[in-house]
Design a protein around this ligand. Sequence first.
Ligand code: FDA
Length: 507
Amino acid sequence: ENSFMKCMSNRVSDYSKSTEKTVFIKSSSLLYPKMLASLEQNPRWLNSSSKPLLIVAPSHESEIQAAILCSKEIGVHIRVRSGGHDYEGLSYKSYLCKTPFIMIDLINIRSIDINLSDETAWVQAGATLGELYYKISKASKVHGFPAGVCPSVGVGGHFSGGGFGAMVRKHGIAADQIVDAYLIDVNGKILDKKSMGEDVFWAIRGGSATSFGVILAWKVRLVRVPHIVTVFNVQRTLEQGVTKLIHRWQYIADKLHEDLFIRIVAQNTGANSKTIQGQFNSLFLGQKDNLISIMNESFPELGLQAKDCIEMSWIQSVLYLAGYNKDDPIELLLNRTTSYKSPFKAKSDFVQEPIPETGLEGVWKMLLNEDTLAMLIMDPFGGKMNEISETEIPFPHRKGNLYNIQYFVKWDENKIEESNKHIKWIRMVYQYMTPYVSKSPRASYYNYRDLDLGSNKNGNTSYSEASVWGINYFKRNFRRLAHIKTKFDPQNFFRNEQSIPILNFLP
Ligand code: FDA
C-alpha cells in the first residue's frame, strides 16, 4: 500500500492532498467497506476474503494512467469497476488469490456530452445507462440509445461485452453503436480509435475491453425514436395457457416488425409457488392503433386489448421497462444501485429452434420445485440483428438465433449453504436445457458472465484451455481476440478469470 501511494504521489502532482476522498485502503480506511460494497450488485461476495488492497477512485484521467503504471511497477494487478454489475463480481474481487490487486473505481469519471448536430455522445466509462438515457432525454425528445433495460448498469462493462435491451431488434446492441473510444493501455497511454488501430478498436466493442486496457470513454451514435411509443405488460399463468402462448411466441417473436419487441419473463411466484407466470413485456416504437393491428395479425393468441397498451414518451418507456411507473420522476434513472439487490446466480443460452411444449413443461416443473424466486428471461432477436455479420464486432450471436434465454435465481440469505443450494438448482436447469439450445458451441452471452463455463488459472492460461469458455462467448471471434491481445498486451497485464488469453502461452 505504501509503495503504491508513494508511486502515485510521484506521478500525480498534489496527489496526497486529494487522497482522502479518492483512495480507500483495506487495512486503514474507515470508508473502505462502504466504498467496496456500494456498487456490488451481487452481494454474494460481501464476505469474501479476496478483496482489493486498496480502492482508487480517480477524478482525473491522469490518476488512472498513474494507477496502471504504479500497479505494474510494484507488481500488483488491477480490477476496474464501472457500474459493478458483473455477475461473478470480477470488477471488485479476484479468485486469482496469489496476485494482490487494486481496484480502480470509475464512480467519479462519468460525464456525458450529447452532440445533437452529429447525433453522437461521448460517455465516460463510469456513467450508467440510466445517466445516459436521462441526459439524452434532456437534450432531445426524438433520440434514444439501444442498450440494456436496467438503468444502474455501467457503460464500462456493458458496452465492453455487447449490451442489449428493448431496441435490439430495431438497432442491434450497444456495442454496434460505438464509433470511437478512449482506451488507456498498459503503458498508461490514452489511445483513440485511430491510434489504437483497427484491430483493438474491433476487440473492445463487445470482446471484453477489460482484457486490453481501461476504457476512459466511449463515443456512441444515438438513434432516432418516435415522439410516442407504446408499451404493454400482459401476464398469463399456467391456468391461462401460458405454455401454449410461449410456445407460439417462439415462432413469431424474431420475425415481427422490427419496431416491436416482446420479451418474456417466465417465473415462479416465490417460495411455495403453485403456478408459473409469464409476463409478455413489450416496447413498440409507434402508436397504439398500429401496435394492435400488428398484434391482431401476428399474435392474436395473446388477446392484446387497447386497455393493455399505454402510450408514452421513449424516456417514460425506459422507466416503465425498468419496473417504475411511467409518471415517476425520470430522476429515478440516476439511481446507481438496483432496488432488488440480493445474492443471485445466472446462466444463459441462445435458442435456435422453438422448444416443444413438453420441453417448456419440464422447466416449469423445475421452477415450481425451487423455493425462491427463479425465472427465465427470453429476449427475442431477429430484425437488425440478422443484418449484422457474426464477425462485424466480437459479439457473434446474430442471424440464426431466435432469442437469448437467461436463467436467473435470487435468494435472501447470504449464506454459503443457501447459495450452494440455489446454484445447484440452476446448474440442473442448465443441464436439462441442453437438447433445446444452441450446440457446437453451446453459446452464452459474455455479459451474463458464468464462471461455471471455465476460468483462467492465476491469469495465465493457454488458448486451448481458455477456449472451453471463450468459444461459447465469442465463437470464431475468440481466436482473433487472442491474436490482438497477444500483440497489444503481451505480458497479459490486464487479466482476470475470463480475460482473453495470450496465444502460445506455455504454462
Ligand atoms: P462492472 O463494473 O462490474 O464491470 C463488468 C466487467 O467490465 C468487469 O470485468 C470490469 O472489470 C470490466 N470493466 C468495467 N469498466 C471498465 C472499463 N472502464 N474499462 C475496462 N473494463 C471495464 N445486460 C444486457 O445486455 N442487458 C440488460 O438488460 C442487462 N440487465 C442487467 C440487470 C442487472 C440487475 C444486472 C446485474 C446485469 C444486467 N446486465 C444486462 C448485464 C450487464 O450488461 C453486465 O453485467 C455488464 O458487464 C455490467 O457492466 P458494469 O459496468 O455495471 O459492471
